[in-house]
Design a protein around this ligand. Structure first.
Ligand code: IMP
Ligand code: MG
Length: 205
């Protein structure tokens, strides 16, 4: 358009229909929000401050467990006011899709050597705890200086092994949840909150 740059159009001049007005197709299968977006962000700010204090004067290595932890890693790491590095591992558990057997296959291993490092493992959720138990044993064998866990969610009272999870965002009932990195059949990871699926959504997919 004459006399107007493309940028000035982007800069507030172009009307974009809001997500609510258009309807959010991600949300069609959601029955209820369990933990809202703001509640999560407030919690991550607190956890970030706690981690910053606990590791003062040290350099952290954050290890995210893919795929579920990718959102938490991005948001939490920006609240940790320390020099740090990030790395990722991808794991898959043998057995049925909604149950863990405790035997974990490493699909993508770390790029970093852990020896002598202060390592904080970032997990989306602790359910039976079997995946985490396996990972911690594996990582301890690589002789880090310290190894702790931060999980956004921990299901109450159903862990099949004893685990020390130092930083927990929220304790939740033992229901299946999606959003904020967590999937059902690979979907819903991009919801900014944690929610419960409509029962029919399990049948649909
Ligand atoms: P665990 O070994 O039983 O503790 O579960 C490990 C993995 O199962 C988690 O890291 C998640 O990827 C997945 N998982 C467990 N519970 C849920 C859930 O409620 N929603 C989505 N994924 C889950
Ligand atoms: Mg999953």
């Amino acid at each position: 358009m004459e006399g107007r740059s493309a940028l000035s159009e982007i800069d507030g001049a172009v009307h974009v229909p809001s997500v609510e007005a258009a309807g959010d197709a991600r949300e069609r299968d959601i029955e209820r929000i369990l933990i809202g977006e703001q509640e999560i962000q407030d919690k991550l700010r607190d956890l970030g401050e706690q981690i910053t204090r606990d590791y003062e004067g040290r350099e952290l290595l954050l290890i995210g467990v893919l795929k579920g932890a990718f959102v938490l890693m991005a948001d939490l790491s920006r609240h940790v006011r320390l020099p740090l590095e990030v790395d990722f591992m991808a794991v898959a558990s043998y057995g049925a899709a909604t149950k863990t057997s405790g035997v974990v296959r490493i699909l993508k291993d770390l790029d970093h050597d852990l020896e002598g490092r202060d390592v904080l493992l970032i997990e989306d959720i602790v359910d039976s705890g079997l995946t985490l138990n396996y990972l911690l044993k594996n990582l301890r064998g690589r002789r880090p200086a310290s190894l702790e866990v931060c999980a956004l969610l921990k299901k109450t009272g159903i862990q099949r092994v004893h685990l020390d999870v130092k930083y927990v965002g929220f304790e939740i009932p033992p229901d299946f949840v999606v959003g904020y990195g967590l999937d059902f059949a690979e979907r819903f990871r991009n919801l900014p909150y944690v929610g419960l699926l409509k029962p029919e959504a399990y049948a649909d997919i």
